[in-house]
Design a protein around this ligand. Sequence first.
Ligand SMILES: NC(=O)c1ccc[n+]([C@@H]2O[C@H](COP(=O)([O-])OP(=O)(O)OC[C@H]3O[C@@H](n4cnc5c(N)ncnc54)[C@H](OP(=O)(O)O)[C@@H]3O)[C@@H](O)[C@H]2O)c1
Length: 395
Amino acid sequence: MAQAPVRSITVLGSTGSIGRSTLALLEAAPPGRFRVEALVAGKDVAALAAQARAHHARLAVVADPAAGPALAEALAGTGIETAAGPEAVIAAAERPADWTMAAIVGAVGLRSTLAALRRGGTLALANKESLVCAGPLVLEAARASGATLLPVDSEHNAIFQALMSRGEEGYAAVEKIILTASGGPFRDWTLAQMAKATPEQAVRHPVWSMGAKISVDSATMFNKGLEVIEAARLFALPPERIEVLVHPQSAVHGLVQYADGSLIAQLGTPDMRTPIAHCLAWPERMPVSVGRLDLASLGRLDFAAPDPARFPALRLVREALAAEGGAPCVLNAANEVAVALFLARRLGFLDIAAVVEETLATLGDEPVGDLASVLDLDARARRHAEGFAARRAAA
Ligand SMILES: NC(=O)c1ccc[n+]([C@@H]2O[C@H](COP(=O)([O-])OP(=O)(O)OC[C@H]3O[C@@H](n4cnc5c(N)ncnc54)[C@H](OP(=O)(O)O)[C@@H]3O)[C@@H](O)[C@H]2O)c1
């Protein structure tokens, strides 16, 4: 049998939770199947340099310009090219590679997501904020270059797997899709308890091991909200055909309900290596040594509707989706600001949704079009959210 050609891989956000899981899969793959073209991190030079050495990367890039000399020093004599600064991140994404993982956290990942899509090849998208704040631009970039866009988020990857037929006819037979949510660490907390929640409690997710920002998003359920927007973009479905169910076991990741009443689900242990591997090997499958779901010992699968009083994020997201225009971008920017302030202990947990709601009420009607208008609205929403949060914290 002819040997499959070596696939070149770029990982944007290689030092984060998704980035590390991606590199762990490359390490476990048979030698000669993958080779690393470029690795990109925000500021963690020590981790980036160690990854670049271990994976014989051709290029290592750190977004923080001040960290450039330390990266160059750490990789001196290895032959690995280094670069620093936001423009170097874009250049790394533009560099030819067969497969790119977009796993930078936040809307700051948008420009590199677009750069990788414009260049073509396959893009595995973990950076959901790109799709939330500039969905039409992301989809158009993929369409124009013919790039393959694969969803990494476990729920969207599950739905991608459960969609048996694609194209207009396939979608016409889809009645609705269901995204499951673990419910996060505060699933059973009262509002009074949530008002006093600390960053440590919010990032201690009961099921998934993830970066700090997405962990807080899971605790507020803004993560599920962002995923509703992500699903609306990826699967071209109106919001009323995207349902969210709390499913504490996190065994069923996503479901598709068809016109004949069939419900097709994808199940697995809550380990991001499964959806990442699905994207790495797609359209084939690769063996992965994650734990297997033992249904007999699991015994039961519970599902419940989310509580709108304790988790207003889902209502805000649906309002932003209904408004369209720049509202999802505003929601995302305000949420990023509020989460960062909460993690810095400068804002209460329940204030996160309040900051998003107020920012949406002020800027949610603004239109967006090209990338410049998205970046401009993102920046204005951040400034507004910061000002409102500061006033609220001082009150
Ligand atoms: N973790 C999960 O299980 C999971 C599941 C589904 C989707 N996602 C999505 O995947 C994305 C990454 O999540 P994560 O949990 O892996 O986050 P994370 O652990 O916080 O990692 C974030 C990565 O982005 C890098 N980064 C931060 N700012 C940057 C900048 N300005 N320029 C370039 N790189 C920058 C970080 O580098 P440093 O380490 O140097 O700061 C790190 O490599 C998010 O959009 C998240 O919503 C995550």
